[in-house]
Design a protein around this ligand. Sequence first.
Ligand code: ADP
Ligand code: MG
Length: 305
Amino acid sequence: MRDDAIRIEGLRKVYDGGKEALKGVDLTVPAGSVFGLLGPNGAGKSTLINILAGLVVKTEGRVTIWGWDQDVNPRQSRASIGVMPQELNLDPFFTPRGALEVQAGLYGVPKSQRRSEEILRMVGLEDKAEAYARTLSGGMRRRLLLGKALVHHPRVLVLDEPTAGVDIELRQMLWDNVRKLNRERGMTIILTTHYLEEAEEMCDEIAIINHGALVAQDSTANLLGQLDAKTMVIEPEEMPDTLPQADGITVERRDGGQLALSYHAHKTRAEDVLAMVREAGILIRDVRTEQADLQDVFLSLTRSA
Ligand code: ADP
Ligand code: MG
């Protein structure tokens, strides 16, 4: 077993026309993990994914997939990764079974090792195996794209915004499949999303990318620690002489006779904060809450970088 499924060093991409989509990214994806690449639209997620997939040519840097340097061993590195792209690009005249067979052929999978039927079952397209792709719904196309990414038994599966604009049922189905592939086959999963909850639910580790630069890479738990910071700002009837104290709550005076009580929502409930205030005998004249959203975290991370 390898330690790193993917190693990216100094990755830059400048598109024709001059747009610098990646500005020297270093990133390591641990083998066996479910890894989330998070960032707002235009951050560079698809560019990075498409470079991994061999669909976009990098300008500079080194990409190693399952130990294979993309430039030194392009065939092995390509064989180690399967990508479900963001775009629904399917040949309209292929049936799902045909598309899987052609894809397997492209990757040189011998007939005896093909698993088209298993994959069709897995993505719930066995009933549509002989339907033309142009007659498939958006959800079915997406499932077929997942199937296509799996034909060559890749070590690493990459999903680019797999659930953007899909209904709850399909989303659930995709996630069930992804979890299964990770747990039962040890497949390393990389997914991009701009839904924070999704990354929270699925990923062991998260990298945040913004304007083509990595601004954080950490375990999901640590990152959420930053993301769920909340502050309750109260205006007491009367400012106490000594500030109240409780575990997990930071209390500060603010201008205008206010108290700012900061806490982390995954550890402390709003009720605990209010109880602390009541126990200190403070009467609340007014109260409001402030909380960090993803944008705040992006901002604070880019500022500190
Ligand atoms: P994300 O997937 O995070 O939304 P992308 O990687 O698609 O971001 O895009 C990153 C930046 O590169 C954006 O500013 C986008 O407009 C630009 N870009 C993406 N693809 C191309 C292309 N083929 N030619 C020129 N610019 C591009
Ligand atoms: Mg994208």
